[in-house]
Write a protein that binds this ligand. Structure first.
Ligand code: C2E
Ligand code: MG
Ligand code: MG
Ligand code: MG
Length: 283
């Protein structure tokens, strides 16, 4: 009897794996089609100077405008994209679209720093520094207006190569920020190893900042550490004024979060935050 049960669950397990694989393949081909049809869009979320709320930049965040489901968030599809053949294509599209948008804003008299999130493929293959240089040349964007955000998991690959790549990127005048700081296993050792211009305190430490004294201690020390290392520090996940005020009292200079603005389409961002806007539409 026990044997029969074990055998039964084995069959169920196997079919669950097959189903999982099938779902992934379906999603992958839907994503390829979505890329062909131009269904990806970049949303922009404001980044502000915390003391006075003045706009300093925007983080570009990808959305999939699904014909039936509406806007799908990156958490639902980027893990699949990043481990599929589409990865490079979408990563390139993100970088190009964000640069063109930043340049259009720059030309309209709005110097908005635009931050993009790098994908693993961009550090694993090809030459990101070369691609960035080519894109800056083609668009005419001022290099200081481009920022690249990297997470710990994508830094895990080939440290020597990544180090060299970052150096060349920074020589161009482009900034590199460490995203989701504090959530990985070895955040501190990466600060030591890589030349970084700043770090973003993960929203998991910020959301509950007022109520949780452990979070407050972690955030406060991270701000202090950043200053001593000469890094810019950006807090993410600021949902109310009290949190923003508390961060100011701890010496945090910049932040982003729903309190200042949600991620939104380029034209909405322009209406709300810029003067004399010029938007670049989805490619
Ligand atoms: P991330 O880079 O840490 O981006 C910040 C995320 O926090 C965004 O989620 C943003 O909508 C959310 N957020 C901002 N303010 C608040 C707030 O006040 N409260 C709360 N609860 N959340 C807030 P989103 O847009 O869903 O993106 C999730 C993640 O997907 C990003 O995390 C990033 O790792 C990845 N991602 C997004 N766009 C791209 C892209 O173009 N390329 C790559 N490679 N990854 C991307
Ligand atoms: Mg980010
Ligand atoms: Mg983050
Ligand atoms: Mg994140």
């Amino acid at each position: 009897r026990a044997k029969a049960t074990r055998r039964g669950s084995h069959v169920i397990f196997e079919s669950a794996i097959r189903q999982e694989l099938q779902n992934r393949l379906t999603l992958e081909s839907e994503l390829a089609l979505a890329a062909d049809r131009g269904e990806f869009e970049l949303f922009y979320q404001p980044q502000v100077r915390l003391v006075d709320g003045g706009l300093v930049g925007a983080e570009a965040l990808i959305r999939w405008r699904h014909p039936v489901r509406g806007y799908v968030s990156p958490g639902e599809f980027m893990p699949v994209v990043n481990t599929s053949a589409l990865s490079e294509r979408i990563a390139n599209w993100v970088m190009e679209t964000a640069c063109r948008q930043a340049r259009a804003w720059e030309l309209s008299g709005n110097s908005v720093r635009v931050a993009i999130n790098l994908s693993p493929s961009q550090l694993q293959s090809g030459d990101l520094a070369h691609a960035a240089a080519a894109l800056l040349g083609a668009t005419g964007l001022t290099p200081a207006l481009l920022e690249l955000e990297v997470t710990e998991d994508i830094l895990l690959h080939d440290e020597g190569r990544v180090l060299d790549m970052f150096k060349r990127i920074q020589e161009l005048g482009v900034r590199v920020l460490f995203d989701d700081f504090g959530t990985g296993y070895a955040s501190l050792s990466y600060l030591k190893k890589f030349p970084l211009d700043g770090l973003k305190i993960d929203r998991s430490f910020v959301l509950d900042l007022l109520a949780d004294s452990d979070d407050a201690a972690i955030v406060s020390s991270t701000i202090g550490l950043s200053k001593q290392l000469g890094l810019t520090v950006v807090a993410e996940g600021i949902e109310n004024r009290a949190t923003a005020d508390f961060l100011v009292s701890m010496g945090c200079e910049e932040g982003q979060g729903y309190f200042f603005g949600r991620p939104m389409p380029a034209d909405a961002f322009e209406r709300q935050f810029l003067t004399q806007p010029r938007s670049v539409t989805a490619a």
